[in-house]
Structure formats: structure tokens, C-alpha cells
Design a protein around this ligand. Structure first.
Ligand code: SF4
Length: 374
């Protein structure tokens, strides 16, 4: 992407905290929605000299933000200088949006929705602490189609407690029957600090064993390929030309701006992080204090590592030429031994200037990628 940068906007509110979630999101803070939106507007208004090519409003549950809140940030978003082919995504959960909200999204230029479903079985949704049923998901999905959203992602998860391979197959079959343009399929990771972690710690989380989980992933690849979804990243699949441009910015180590609590930015070789605490974020903005809590200059070593392990997440991997040009050195001088090792184990391939993981390499990508840390 040469003619603009990406913008991420964080909405930290959720109706209920999912049991597996370690994102900076909160429930029971609805009374702060309006003051948060005002603060957010102020921060967005400061973006003056940048052309924006993608906007991703994530969270949290952005669709849970009240209409009043949306109306508050609306004008600031409309004022942004955007490219003609802007990709503008809003993330949401079933049951948290109405036609009114969707029409407002259309009005401010949103052209992509990302809806969290996770599983097709209500007992799994309940066990995950999700706020919705499959029926509510269907209602929300059809509503979005009716309002005219032609680019929809659905988030799914596999490797859930008590989940069978059959149930995962059923999830994929039912979801692909709806023909969304994009699918994200992540395996559940039990993160420290979550309710699931406590259960796991007490041996009360009955997760599928590793072989079943691997089988679930293999089935995903094969089934989605047969159904015209092409895999372009370890966990992401799209119909022709419907890859998420915003996420590709992260994987390509390109620049992005972040607004809102806990939002990150990567500009001019610096990484910035805003305060996570909602009250602090609001009071900083009210008092004219920068919400940025941390600012670090990435060293060349950091950039090289990130270039490799973000880039290798993509199925077509990284361009060796781009690496050589960006770092003014040969990739083999830096990573020669690691490359040799994994090529000889058939986990990594170099072909026509691209370096990428083989299907087996993708399966154990965490191990391979950790070797690219210098
Ligand atoms: S809806 Fe998303 S952000 Fe909110 S608690 Fe659940 S997983 Fe976390």
C-alpha cells in the first residue's frame, strides 16, 4: 500500500466478558460510552496530515457502542482524508446492532463488517461466555446483507472445550453455506488472566487433544479450498480479492495509526501505545494530555524480526528482495543458518524471490518463527 496508511480505532466496551478473552475490553462500563466517544473524537481530529487507506474499528464490541456514541465520533471519521478505495471495517457481535446502526455505518463509509460467531452450537457459545445464540447470529447476518453489506467476515474458533471434530465440520459447513466473503479461523489459546485459564489450571477445561486439533486445522484448509476460499494467512481465508487489506498492513510491517484506549501505532519506525485504562484515557483527552503511554524506537533488529515473523504468517511469505532492500543487507547474512535448517527439513521454501512456510511449516509455525528472533 503506497498511497495511504492504516487507522485502527479501539472501542473497549463489551456487553459481557467472554471467558477466553484477554483483549483490553470491559463490561459494565456503559456509563462511560459517551465521554469515551468524545475523547476519541478529539484524538481522531488530530489526524491531519495523513491520508487513510484502511480503517478498522475493533474492540471490544464496536457495535455495542450506543447510537449516541457513534453519532459523536461520526463527524470526526467523516472529516478524515481517505483514499478512493478505502477499506472500512467495523467489528461487531450478534445482537448488538440494529438496522439504524448499520445505516449509520453505511452513511460514514463502512464497507466491511466483521461478525464474531465462533461456533455453530449454542452449548459451545454458552460455554465460551458469548452473549448470543446461533439464531441471533443469523438474524444479524441477514440484517447486514439486507442493509447492503457485501463484504462480511465471520470469526470462528476451533479447539474449544468439549468440541468434537464433527462439530467443527458442522460449523464450517453451515457458515460457508451463508457465503461470507471472508473467514477467520483461530485455534483457541488459553491466555493467562482469563476465566478459562483458571479452569485450565484446575484441570477443569476439557480441551480436544493435539491430534484432534491438528485434524480440525487440516480439515479447515481442505474444506475451505474446496469451497473457493483461498488461504492467504495462517488463520485467514477469503473469496477472490476479498483479503483484509487492513490486516495485511500489520503482516507487511507497514505503518498504522491507532486511536482509543490501548491502541498501538507504528509510525516512522516508532511504536506507540495509548493508555489502556478508560478513565485515564478520557481524562487525558479532557485535560489536553497525550494518551500515549509508551513510545519506543524499533531497532533494526526489531524490524528484521518483525518483518520475518509477521511476514511468514502470510501464505506467500516474504519477499527476499524487499528484505535486502529495506535492511541494506542480504537476508542470508542475517538468517542464513536458520533458513538452511528449515529448508532442509522441508518446512520453508524459497521460490522466485518469495520465502514461505510449507504446509507442514505452517502447522508448527510457532516453533519455526521463534527461530527468527535474533
Ligand atoms: S466480545 Fe470479543 S472483545 Fe468482547 S469479551 Fe468477547 S472476545 Fe473479548
Amino acid at each position: 500500500m503506497n498511497d495511504g496508511i492504516a487507522l485502527y480505532i479501539h472501542i473497549p466496551f463489551c456487553k459481557q466478558k467472554c471467558l477466553y478473552c484477554d483483549f483490553p475490553s470491559y463490561c459494565g462500563e456503559e456509563n462511560k460510552m459517551l465521554s469515551y466517544s468524545k475523547a476519541l473524537s478529539k484524538e481522531i481530529n488530530r489526524i491531519k496530515d495523513k491520508k487513510i487507506s484502511t480503517i478498522f474499528i475493533g474492540g471490544g464490541t464496536p457495535t455495542y457502542l450506543s447510537l449516541e456514541g457513534w453519532n459523536t465520533i461520526k463527524e470526526s471519521i467523516k472529516r478524515l482524508n481517505t483514499t478512493d478505495d478505502l477499506e472500512f471495517t467495523v467489528e461487531g457481535n450478534p445482537g448488538t446492532f440494529s438496522e439504524d446502526k448499520l445505516l449509520l455505518f453505511k452513511n460514514i463509509g463502512v464497507n466491511r463488517l466483521s461478525i464474531g460467531l465462533q461456533a455453530w452450537q449454542n452449548e459451545h457459545l454458552k460455554r465460551l461466555g458469548r452473549i448470543h445464540s446461533v439464531e441471533e447470529f443469523l438474524e444479524s447476518f441477514y440484517m447486514a446483507r439486507k442493509v447492503g453489506f457485501e463484504n462480511i467476515n465471520i470469526d470462528l474458533m476451533f479447539g474449544l472445550p468439549e468440541q468434537s471434530l464433527e462439530e467443527w465440520k458442522q460449523t464450517l459447513e453451515n457458515v460457508t453455506n451463508l457465503e461470507p466473503e471472508h473467514l477467520s479461523c483461530y485455534s483457541l489459546i488459553v491466555e493467562e488472566g482469563t476465566r478459562f485459564y483458571d479452569l485450565y489450571d484446575k484441570d477443569k477445561l476439557n480441551l480436544p487433544d493435539e491430534d484432534i486439533e491438528r485434524e480440525m486445522y487440516r480439515f479447515t484448509l481442505q474444506y475451505l479450498k474446496e469451497n473457493q476460499y483461498h488461504q492467504y494467512e495462517i488463520s485467514n481465508f477469503s473469496k477472490h480479492n476479498r483479503e483484509c487489506k487492513h490486516n495485511l498492513v500489520y503482516w507487511n510491517l507497514e505503518e498504522y495509526l491507532g486511536c482509543g484506549s490501548a491502541a498501538h501505532s507504528y509510525i516512522d519506525g516508532y511504536r506507540f501505545r495509548n493508555v489502556q485504562n478508560i478513565d485515564k484515557y478520557i481524562s487525558n483527552e479532557v485535560n489536553g494530555i497525550s494518551p500515549v503511554e509508551e513510545k519506543n524506537k524499533n531497532s533494526e533488529k526489531d524490524d528484521m524480526e518483525e518483518f520475518m515473523f509477521m511476514g511468514l504468517r502470510k501464505i506467500d511469505g516474504i519477499s527476499t528482495k524487499k528484505f535486502n532492500k529495506k535492511f541494506r543487507t542480504s537476508i542470508y547474512d542475517i538468517y542464513g543458518d536458520v533458513i538452511k535448517k528449515y529448508v532442509s527439513q522441508n518446512l520453508l521454501v524459497e521460490k522466485e524471490g518469495q520465502m514461505f512456510l510449507t504446509p507442514r511449516g505452517v502447522e508448527i509455525s510457532n516453533t519455526v518463527m521463534s527461530d527468527f528472533i535474533l
